[in-house]
Design a binder for this molecule. Structure first.
Ligand code: NAD
Length: 707
């Protein structure tokens, strides 16, 4: 029996023009298309296709120039059509005309709810063997439309996320072919979608195209019985297709490329069949979340919506109550959709980190799994942030202690009445520990939901430039003095640049005068500080004169050697070998310090902890109870400290490199602040400002030792 002829719907380009910009191809092309050439190109395509299939025509309507792209009329399967709901108002007027045509032809027409964008066969392509439907989302169609497709068309729907706005519809970069072949442009999709494609289409059936072919709309091809019609296809790609038994016909469609469409966009296949589905499935998982706080002023709503989309999900705002006054909070309820449970869990976990809440019903009970191997967490563990966190267990919210980033939450409830939860590093997990998994029953108190303190409003998160440095230094000096006055704790994390830039006497002054309660750093800051105390040089450079000293390159090694001879920095101070500097002041004023080793360390000094797990523990102990951490020109140690510091501790990062400062100041904490400047200059200004605040707060800084 000969198969029924393929039927294709087209629409003559009588009213075609580029009248607006709704995709990157239209930019710069407004009214730049030639009506005559468009007519001639469309006719040529029509003739080529008419040799392969029966062409049906829908009447063009004045005022709707893109009606020529019939792929977006709807999605047809058998006698059923899911009518498009255009994303852009510029095309929404096409809907009634396509609807009328389908109804006249006797199709059963399904219409999606009003706010659910779906752009027909532009974003939904059947596997040519009818096994499933590939459905795109990300720019035009919404992921939330996919479950409707699955239900109405009785088919499995595989959701693919588009990430390159040039390929805004699935059919611009994806073309399923006969016998399970697939022509596609992989970079147009996110990693998850590429993995899904690779799972369903074996490697020998996948035909990836180059960017050059993709931008000539090679994937926007129409295939009928192994004949492929497209705008332009490179000779390499043509050879590849021919080797698989496809005949390739190209026809100039450059006038339509100006609007972002080619052969496939200009056609809608009306004769589509599918294998009977065991069960209609759209791999779409959904959950409701609520978010409350200063959603608009703090940009939290945008951040949440971006988080959803960037991680491969989509959202629908179900309820939005905006506070009517500046001090009022707002709240929003969102339905979050994702193509899989795993993707949804990742998105929800990020939203919880932003302060989102899952609805408080019986399902909020936290999920606990037991550790079976020391130092290894159950697979689905929840990763902690710097924000205060609570977990819902046996009908009550339990606050998590020892909050830090990148840990897991362990719950202890031996006596059942007073459950306790704490943050723990994976490596410290013991067999039998019960670890919080999944996303249910977890909530965090994010910055936007925390009360802003008027007093410290100047400490808002931000990165300053040189211009504001002096003003910021005044504010930091004031803050340091307040912490000192109330017996609080300031921790300094410092790198060797402090010494090279002449900041050493200033930092020593801060320690001597009681502004620093703990010092953290690597081997280098200590080596160069001690070298300066002994030789007046830092890496062999005389800081007093700014010149290298003959033989100075050996100074730091000689210093390390002598300290090793004494057995510790403290012993060298005791023996009067060290008589000034940062570490001298630490020893003299009993300010504890921790030195964490690294692979590039010389020596190391006896105090440098080369066991990094122990070094992390020492750091973590010293930052306990800190009010403020001053991070001075060390990317490595500052980031390490940032990760173990809970929200609520003010972080001030000083570095000459804006990228380092941004990374540290941008940890989403209200209290972090970055200053892009030379650290020596910063310390000198800070000490001057503290002196200005007057005695008894600070004595003058002694001059630099000159060799
Ligand atoms: N001799 C040694 O043992 C030795 C020598 C060097 C480094 N190290 C070790 O290597 C590790 C990494 O060293 P690190 O912390 O110096 O390097 P790092 O790269 O982590 O940080 C240095 C930071 O200083 C910034 N910087 C440079 N000039 C500046 C200026 N004038 N003002 C302000 N910021 C400035 C840089 O932008 C950078 O972010 C540490 O553990 C350190 O102890 C050891």
């Amino acid at each position: 029996m000969t198969p029924a002829p393929v039927r294709i719907l087209m629409c003559s380009p009588e009213h075609y023009d580029v009248n607006y910009v709704i995709n990157p191809w239209m930019e710069g092309n407004i009214h730049r298309s030639s009506q005559a050439r468009a007519q001639q190109q469309w006719q040529q395509l029509n003739t080529l296709l008419a040799a392969q299939a029966h062409i049906d025509l829908v009447n063009p309507v004045q005022g709707w120039p893109d009606m020529v792209f019939t792929a977006n009329a709807g999605l047809v399967l058998g006698n059923t059509v899911v009518l498009s709901r255009f994303y852009h108002p510029e095309r929404q007027g096409e809907q009634p005309h396509f609807k009328a045509w389908f109804e006249q032809q006797g199709y059963q027409v399904h219409e999606l709810p009003e706010d659910l964008a779906f752009e027909g066969a532009g974003d939904a392509l059947l596997d040519r063997a009818g096994r499933w439907l590939w459905a795109g989302y990300g720019f035009r169609s919404l992921l939330e439309a996919h479950p409707y497709l699955a239900r109405w068309l009785d088919i499995e729907v595989l959701s693919l996320r588009l990430i390159d706005k040039r390929f805004y519809h699935l059919d611009t970069c994806f073309c399923p072919l006969s016998d399970g072949y697939l022509l596609y442009y992989p970079p147009a999709f996110d990693t998850y979608s590429n993995r899904l494609i690779e799972l369903r289409v074996p490697a020998d059936k996948r035909i990836p195209v180059s960017e050059a072919d993709a931008t000539q709309f090679a994937c926007n091809a129409v295939e009928v019985n192994r004949t492929l019609v497209a705008n332009l296809i490179s000779s390499e790609l043509q050879a590849r297709l021919e080797a698989q038994g496809f005949r390739v016909l190209t026809t100039d469609l450059s006038e339509f490329l100006k609007a972002g469409g080619a052969a496939k966009c200009l056609t809608l296949r009306l004769t589509e069949t599918a294998l009977p589905a065991a069960e209609p499935v759209a791999g779409v998982s959904q959950r409701l979340i609520t978010l409350e706080g200063h959603l608009v002023d703090s940009n939290l709503l945008n951040e949440a919506l971006d988080t959803i989309v960037e991680q491969g999900g989509s959202f629908q705002i179900q309820r939005l109550n905006l506070g009517s006054h500046r001090q009022n909070t707002s709240n929003v309820q969102l339905q979050v959709s994702a193509p899989t449970e795993a993707t949804l869990a990742t998105i929800l976990s990020s939203l919880i980190d932003l302060g989102a809440r899952l609805p408080e019903d019986s399902r909020t009970q936290v999920l606990l799994e037991t550790v079976t191997q020391p130092g290894v967490a159950p697979e689905d563990f929840y990763v902690t942030t710097i924000y205060p966190t609570q977990i819902y267990h046996q009908g009550q919210w339990v606050s998590v202690s020892q909050q830090r980033m990148d840990g897991v939450i362990v719950l202890q409830d031996r006596d059942q009445t007073s459950p306790q939860a704490y943050c723990c590093l994976i490596r410290d997990l013991q067999v039998g520990d019960r670890v919080v998994c999944g996303v249910d029953g977890i909530r965090t108190l994010h910055k936007a939901t925390q009360e802003r303190s008027q007093e410290f409003s100047f400490m808002d998160s931000g990165v300053s430039s040189e211009r504001r440095v002096e003003l910021l230094v005044e504010q930091i000096a004031w803050e340091l003095r307040r912490i000192k006055d109330r017996g609080g704790k300031t921790v300094v994390v410092a790198g060797p640049v402090v010494i090279h830039t002449g900041g050493s006497p200033h930092l020593a002054t801060l320690i001597r005068e009681g502004y620093v309660q703990a010092l953290l750093g690597g081997n280098a800051i200590a080596v160069h500080d001690l070298e300066q105390a002994v030789y007046g040089t830092s890496l062999g450079v005389d800081l007093g004169r700014g010149r290298p000293v003959k033989g100075g390159h050996r100074h730091h090694l000689k210093t390390i050697n002598t300290i090793r001879h004494y057995g510790s920095i403290a012993a060298a101070v005791e023996a009067n070998f060290i008589q000034s500097g940062i570490f001298y002041e630490c020893i003299r004023h009993q300010v504890p310090f921790a030195l964490a080793g690294s692979i590039r360390d010389d020596g190391p000094l006896p105090e440098t902890q080369m066991d990094l797990v122990k070094a992390q523990q020492e750091y973590s102990q010293l930052i306990q109870g800190a009010d403020l951490i001053l991070m001075l020109s060390t990317m490595l140690h500052s980031i390490g400290v940032g990760n173990m510091t809970p929200s609520g501790v003010k972080l001030i990062c000083v570095d000459i490199n804006p990228a380092v400062v941004t990374k540290l100041a941008d940890r989403g904490s209200l209290e972090s602040m970055g200053i892009v400047t030379d650290v020596g200059l910063f310390l000198s200004l800070l000490v001057q400002q503290l002196q200005r605040l007057g005695r008894p707060y600070l004595k003058p800084v002694p001059p630099l030792p000159v060799q």
